[in-house]
Design a protein around this ligand. Structure first.
Ligand code: NOJ
Length: 760
């Protein structure tokens, strides 16, 4: 059989079962499975294992005359069908060339999948996901994922390793920037929005890409917030906090799951039969593909549950990790394991089916080059509409943390000083995990202010202090300036001659993200010292924070009159912040992670257990608390101010008692008592007063983001039914228990306004 005829047979068999029009959606299981089996039937064992092997490859194999790449083992594997997917190869031209190589040189010509971490944009950078989540605007988050997918797809990519849907309760963990915070319900809603944005309703469309729910599971609970650390969580936390977003992702037909680096309750997630088989496959009936994390199969050896890579390969494939990302465990050992009878070939077949199915779903068997279109790449990547969308969501992601005496929005101020290392920084707002962002391409705060301020205002700048003095990139450890105060004097001078100081402080882009855990989550380096010095001279300060995680801000909250959490807001950060400071944008975002008073409070999250010693009476000793810090967070989950003032009325319940199949309508009136139109995120929490397993103090169960014009009122209604009242018991079963519940409706998770009702 010649190579080409094999390729043709492969394709013609595939075509027999499909409609030959490539524009027709090919995604139903029934339609595809025979096509998948038709290809599988042609494959030998090595080719099957190749589909489970994923490498990170650059353009060295496709660039002109690059001998190094072409002499490598990986090149040989690539052209002999032993690589099924490629990570980190980008661009319409590069992907086309590599696809051609594989289609032409391999025996069966099975197209490659091209994957990449498109986390908050491909080239156009949207706010980092934690920031975006603060918008609570699901529609907008779906749009940004859609735009990111369009850019990525136009650059030849098929698959993103996003969204990260790990619930995160510890701000020390650097990767909190990649997710949607501490609440499982909100995380699940955002997961669905992002997945729908990436995937659309037709994966084979050339503007959509496959999404990944990651990291399955528990990665966000790394002990002491140290990345890659062990995860020890009880079954209640697993089922009620960690798993719900993943279940929602499976139900939203996310194309893939990625497992996690961590061990969870002493079993590495990558070799975890309970998670991958019992829950994902059996309970949730998930039919997509499972990819390992980067060499996480190899790391099973480091975890100490396999003595060598071969055993790690066996444990991982039997658990259900289907694609080996950068680990070489499968390509080196699976064939031998099958020959020795250690694993059945059918295990490999099942995994390969899932990979092939994804390739069919993406339309790659109909046209392997459909995503690699140089013209489309030029038109779509970084286009103006995407930048405008970045601005729109940036404005909705800014959280106003403090606004004493309505200092903001700024009015009639003559001399403004902008001080701080992030004021003119065009890079930090792009954040970490920035895919193909153009370095230094964000609108800086200073630029935003220059554009937005009236000409009559004098705007002056001083850097004040350097933030980092070492490398600032993905791969190297950042070095923070801890000694050089040479800019202090100039900044102090400027502050003393100004009516108001805008301080732009925070974290550089690479201070959060993977491998960026911090033990001290205050303002890094000498920034706080500078802030204190300036404060002594001119306390009329607006503190603008740019960071990728909740920070410890106790001193700032006590002393600075206005604080704006502006995160790493992406491409148009400066415009969004400036318009917010000047009142052209009214802030409406709410925190999705609690900000602690002190790092010693971590992990801190609103939906904790009641405990046996919940009392808060002053002077008490023997109850759940720290003696030296308030029990509550500094800023709770759901918190965020607006320039409008909202007044909540009483909660009205349609009835006070319901049977299992009934529902209650809870309604509440909210009045905008200010003269500024605004938006409010109205949040509904439920507390189960008595349950068989110790309940949470309260849990978010619904929310609505509503516009309320100045002086007007709206009535917001929520339906409470059994879905909002059940919880997972430690055995993983959903439990609905009769008894009393409280429903709270208000502006953040500290809300006390509630009514009680009974489930009969
Ligand atoms: C490791 C990260 O944990 C994961 O989230 C990412 O997708 C892979 N590297 C690939 O870059």
């Amino acid at each position: 059989m010649t190579k080409i005829s094999s390729v043709l047979i492969g394709f013609s068999i595939a075509f027999i079962f499909s409609c030959s029009n490539p524009n027709v959606k090919v995604s139903s299981q029934n339609e595809i499975n025979p096509r998948v089996d038709s290809v599988l039937a042609l494959m030998n064992l090595e080719e099957k294992i190749g589909q489970l092997n994923q490498y990170s490859l650059g353009s060295e194999f496709t660039g002109p005359g690059n001998k190094k790449g072409k002499d490598s083992i990986r090149y040989q594997q690539l052209i002999s069908g032993q690589v099924g997917s490629v990570l980190n190869l980008l661009g319409a031209e590069n992907t086309r060339k590599m696809q051609e190589l594989v289609i032409e040189k391999t025996r069966l010509g099975i197209p490659l999948l091209f994957a990449y971490d498109v986390i908050h944009g491909y080239q156009t950078m949207f706010p980092v996901p934690l920031a975006e989540s603060s918008s609570w605007n699901l529609e907008l988050m779906q749009k940004t994922a859609k735009a990111a997918a369009a850019e990525a797809a136009a650059s030849g990519l098929h698959w993103t390793f996003a969204p990260m849907i790990d619930v995160t309760v510890d701000a020390r963990w650097g990767r909190v920037m990649e997710g949607a915070g501490e609440d499982p319900y909100l995380q699940a809603e955002i997961a669905k929005a992002r997945i729908n944005g990436f995937q659309g309703d037709d994966l084979s469309h050339n503007k959509t890409i496959a999404a990944t729910a990651k990291h399955f599971a528990g990665y966000g609970y790394a002990e002491s917030g140290k990345d890659y650390n062990s995860v020890n969580v009880n079954q209640y936390i697993l089922h009620n906090h960690i798993l719900p977003p993943f279940k929602a992702a499976a139900e939203a037909n996310v194309a893939s799951f990625m497992n996690a680096f961590n061990d969870i309750n002493s079993i590495p997630a990558t070799a975890n039969q309970y998670l991958l088989q019992d829950i994902l496959r059996e309970k949730w009936n998930y039919g997509g593909v499972v990819v390992s994390d980067w060499n996480s199969i190899g790391e099973i050896v480091n975890h100490g549950v396999s003595s060598d890579l071969k055993d790690a390969a066996k444990k991982a494939i039997l658990a259900g990790s289907e694609i080996d990302m950068e680990g070489t465990a499968y390509v080196q050992h699976l064939a031998q394991l099958v020959k020795e009878g250690e694993i059945e070939e059918s295990v490999i077949d099942d995994a390969v089916r899932n990979v092939l199915k994804l390739k069919f779903d993406l339309g790659l068997f109909d046209d392997p080059y459909k995503y690699s279109d140089i013209q489309r790449e030029k038109e779509i990547v970084g286009n103006l509409q995407h930048h405008e969308l970045a601005e729109e969501i940036a404005k909705e992601s800014i959280v106003l943390l403090k606004n004493e005496n309505d200092l903001l929005p700024l009015k009639n101020i003559k001399n403004i000083a902008v001080i701080g290392p992030l004021a003119k920084d065009k890079d930090a707002p792009l954040g970490n995990w920035r895919a193909q962002a153009v370095a230094n391409s964000a609108v800086s705060l200073y630029e935003g202010l220059e554009k937005t301020l009236a000409e009559s205002t004098n705007l002056k700048y001083a850097e004040g202090v350097k933030l980092s003095i070492g490398p600032n990139n993905f791969f190297e450890e950042l070095i923070i300036n801890k000694e050089d105060r040479s800019g202090f004097e100039e900044a102090k001078q400027l502050a003393s001659n100004s009516d108001l100081v805008i301080m732009a402080l925070g974290e550089p882009a690479y201070m959060s993200g993977e491998g960026r855990s911090r033990a001290d989550i205050g303002l890094p380096g000498l920034q706080k010292e500078l802030l204190k010095e300036i404060h002594k001279i001119n306390p009329n300060i607006v503190l603008v924070l740019m960071n990728g995680r909740p920070l410890e801000l106790s001193w700032e909250d006590e002393n600075i009159p206005a604080i704006v959490e502006a995160w790493h807001l992406g491409q148009r950060a400066g415009t969004a912040i400036a318009e917010t400071l000047l009142g052209e944008n009214n802030p409406s975002a709410k925190l999705t992670m609690s900000f602690p008073h002190h790092v010693g409070q971590l992990p801190i999250y609103y939906n904790h257990k009641v405990t046996g010693r919940p009392s808060t009476a002053p002077g008490q000793v023997f109850y759940t608390h720290h003696t030296d810090v308030d029990r509550s967070p500094l800023y709770p989950f759901g918190y965020g101010l607006s320039y409008s003032n909202f007044e909540y009325g009483e909660i009205e319940l349609s009835q006070n008692s319901i049977a299992e199949d009934e529902s209650i309508t809870a309604s509440i009136k909210i009045k905008n008592t200010s003269d500024i139109d605004g938006q409010e995120v109205v949040q509904l929490y439920i507390q189960d007063l008595v349950a068989e397993e110790t309940p949470m103090i309260k849990s978010l169960k619904a929310f609505q983001k509503v516009n309320i014009n100045a002086g007007e009122s709206v009535e917001v209604e929520f339906i409470i039914n059994k879905d909002l009242l059940s919880y997972y018991k430690s055995n993983g079963e959903l439990s609905l228990e009769k008894g009393d519940f409280k429903v709270f409706i208000g502006e953040d998770s500290s809300v006390e306004n509630h009514k009680e009702f009974k489930l009969r």
